[in-house]
Design a protein around this ligand. Structure first.
Ligand code: SF4
Length: 155
């Protein structure tokens, strides 16, 4: 019986439990800017099922800590994207999904398109492709989780 206590009981602090739960539950904002949003929706559907990774889409920026910029950001939309980002609480993360979000993609020459969402908000992970794979979105979310885990361990 005494031998089993060490493997079944562990002691920790409330602060550590709080950090652990936050790093494992990235909640994306329900928000799509262009056709990459269809791939984002696919990632939330049954095949990839982002719920399995603890990622539940939220309709309010105040309940979300992950912004997935899924596609082309037009100049007209740039202020709205920035406002939504600013309304999210810290710590927060951004994924630029697809070549349009990364660099303007096929609309790169257009004066109406932002040539990279990193020009208006900071980006943590980039997903290449046109369209990008929904599976890559799950990998990007895991990547952010791993990055935050390392930061938590360092603290
Ligand atoms: S990268 Fe391709 S799929 Fe995504 S928004 Fe641009 S044109 Fe659409």
């Amino acid at each position: 019986m005494e031998n089993r206590i060490a493997t079944n009981i562990f002691l920790t602090t409330l602060e550590k439990i709080s950090k652990w739960s936050r790093e494992r539950s990235l909640w994306p904002l329900s928000f799509g800017v262009s056709c990459c949003a269809i791939e984002m929706m696919h990632a939330a559907a049954s095949k990839i099922d982002l719920d399995r990774y603890g990622s539940l889409f939220r309709s309010s920026p105040k309940q979300a800590d992950l912004m997935i910029v899924s596609g082309t950001v037009t100049v007209k939309m740039a202020d709205q994207v920035k406002t939504l980002y600013e309304q999210m609480l810290d710590p927060k993360y951004v994924i630029a999904m697809g070549s349009c979000a990364i660099s303007g993609g096929i609309f790169n020459e257009s004066p109406h398109v932002v040539n990279g969402v990193n020009k208006i908000i900071p980006v943590d992970v980039y997903i290449n492709g046109c369209p990008p794979s929904p599976a890559d979105l799950a990998i990007a979310i895991i990547d952010i989780r791993n990055q935050t885990s390392k930061k938590q361990i360092k603290k």
